[in-house]
Design a protein around this ligand. Structure first.
Ligand SMILES: [Zn+2]
Length: 571
């Protein structure tokens, strides 16, 4: 029942993937096959044509011989481990499609789905020399008949963006603009390959800096707040109003938010780092170490739970709370129960913490009042367990402390090396700025170059600012770790006394966070049935140092057993 951040991450990943599959399905495109495509290499010498160079003069096109094209294609196949079953050569000049016999044979073969279903070709301009052929290739890819295209000169992705780029390549090939086309494809390759923010569209609350998503100051805080309001159950109308009243801007312009726009934002996993674009998805936290999510995986899941759970239910003003969250299991259906704060009447001075089973199909929903309990029931159970003679095992405790110290030492080392590597990145960026400053000084009169250099300087400064924030965080963590190491660890006696005082602390504390962390220190979860706590599990860390009395050691004056299960207590 333990939930870690990586579990949450996995769940958000699945949601993001579902969006992608949904879009693929809606577009009527087949979901990519699991089977690896089988390739044919297609080589063709193009007609000797002319192209215009940058000055507009006609120059002879550079050609690559058929053997050289095949060599390049084979090298690509080897590098990427592609299965090639045939090599086709189109020798003669092919100005009219009627002459292109080999090409047409290849297309027929692909349509028959017998030997191969994918093509490796030196460059798109060899495949789509006229628009009829180009149109056919694009159509076959779109329908999933051609499973893949590979070019040593060009990177192609089988999605609408890829198709558009390919179409552009064909058009460019037609216009003999080889240089330009290669530049376009390189640009695309870099953007997709490095996961840089994939287009220039900023997420809400972000600005695109050097093609990466970066928090946009006050707007980022507003968007974070919007997600929090969503988690707290505020209506999407209220959230839109909040953003509008606080002058939320996007790309420097005032953006008017609506219920629909808030709803779309909440459905988008991109704000956790699972960036969905078109029918693709990347993990920005992996590709961009400086990416800052607007919402954590857990909070995002909480938000989605609330959104889904509200459909068809009467709307109650419910407030999410960390207290006992993800710790209480329904004994009827086995699912986690939801904790929330609630007032009996809107103007009532007392807020109750309640726990309910939100699984609609659960048996508890069929009996009135069975699906919900007050958290008080669990607290009383906790007091009772904690005052039932649980002690601390001295040997285990000392062992645990030694272990914790070792972990502290190793994380201190890790932090030190992180700090070094970030400092180095900052130094590198600083020398880049110096280089650009020299360019600015030298090319004073070249307005265009100066503008480019200034932009580079600005971007590098932005990156430095981000890295410095991260560096400051790491330095703080290091200070914390080092002082923890230096700190006198509680002796066994001290810890035993502390533990004995826990019950009193819990009974008197109205600090939810402190109460929650104490409970989590000792317990992993509770199972509820029949409006009572049926059983609990210990936190394994605690269990390893605890001396838990067995049933026999239990004081006889109590009508219950101790240990792993504590049966019914009176309410
Ligand atoms: Zn249930």
């Amino acid at each position: 029942m333990a939930h870690s951040n990586s579990d949450y991450k996995q769940q958000v990943f699945q949601l993001a993937q579902a969006i992608v599959f949904d879009r693929l399905e809606k577009a009527g495109k087949p979901i990519p096959d699991d089977k690896a495509p089988v390739y044919v290499i297609y080589a063709r010498k193009s007609t000797k044509g002319k192209k215009k160079n940058q000055d507009g003069k006609q120059v002879e096109r550079q050609e690559r011989s058929i053997p050289d094209q095949i060599k390049d294609c084979k090298a690509l196949a080897k590098r990427e481990g592609l299965k090639v079953v045939d090599i086709l050569k189109e020798e003669k000049s092919a100005r009219k499609s009627a002459n292109r016999e080999v090409f047409e044979e290849m297309i027929d073969e692909i349509k028959s789905k017998k030997s191969y279903n994918a093509i490796i070709c030196w460059h798109p301009d060899r495949l789509g020399r006229n628009m009829k052929d180009a149109g056919e290739i694009i159509d076959l890819i779109d329908r999933g008949v051609i499973k893949d295209l590979k070019f040593p000169q060009f990177s192609f992705q089988r999605d609408p963006n890829g198709l558009m780029t390919l179409g552009l390549q064909f058009l460019l090939a037609k216009a003999y603009s080889d240089n330009l086309s290669i530049n376009v494809s390189r640009g695309n390759e870099n953007i997709i390959g490095e996961g840089k923010a994939i287009g220039n569209k900023a997420l809400r609350g972000y600005k695109v800096v050097n093609k990466r998503q970066r928090p946009d100051g006050k707007n980022f805080k507003l968007i974070q707040q919007a997600f929090q309001m969503g988690i707290e159950g505020k209506s999407q109308d209220d959230i839109a109003l909040y953003l509008n009243q606080n002058d939320y801007t996007q790309n420097g312009k005032k953006a008017k938010m609506s219920k629909q726009l808030v709803s779309a934002m909440f459905l988008d996993t991109s704000y956790t780092g699972y960036y969905v674009y078109g029918k693709n998805m990347v993990d920005l936290t992996k590709l961009d170490s400086l990416f800052t999510p607007a919402v954590s995986y857990l909070d995002y899941l909480r938000l989605r739970n609330i959104l889904d759970g509200k459909k068809g239910y009467k709307k109650v003003q419910e407030k999410a709370t960390p207290l006992l969250d993800q710790m209480v299991v329904c004994g009827y259906c086995g699912n986690l129960m939801t904790t929330y704060l609630n007032k009996n009447k809107p103007d009532s001075p007392t807020t109750y913490l309640r726990i309910k089973c939100s699984t609609k199909e659960c048996y508890s929903h069929s009996v009135k009042g069975l699906r919900e309990i007050r958290a008080k029931v669990i607290f009383e159970y906790i007091y009772e367990v904690l005052s039932s003679g649980i002690g601390i095992n001295e040997k285990a405790y000392n062992h645990y402390v030694a272990d914790a110290k070792r972990q502290l030492v190793s994380s201190a080392k890790e932090l030190e090396s992180d700090q070094r590597s970030i400092s180095k990145q900052i130094n590198d960026l600083e020398s880049q700025i110096e280089e650009q400053q020299i360019i600015v000084a030298r090319l004073e009169d070249d307005e265009k170059s100066v503008k480019v250099a200034r932009e580079k300087i600005r971007q590098a400064r932005d990156e430095i600012e981000q890295l410095e924030t991260k560096l400051a965080q790491i330095k703080n963590q290091r200070v914390d770790t080092v002082s923890l190491l230096k700190e006198k660890v509680m002796s066994y006696t001290e810890f035993s006394n502390f533990f004995e005082n826990i019950v009193a602390t819990l009974e008197t504390s109205d600090n939810h966070l402190a109460t929650d962390s104490i409970i989590r220190m000792v317990f992993l979860n509770f199972t509820i049935k029949d409006k009572k706590v049926l059983t609990h599990q210990w936190n394994p860390k605690f269990e390893s140092i605890a001396k838990i009395p067995s049933v026999n050691e239990c004081r006889g004056d109590r009508t219950r057993t101790c240990g792993l299960t504590l049966p019914k207590r009176a309410l």
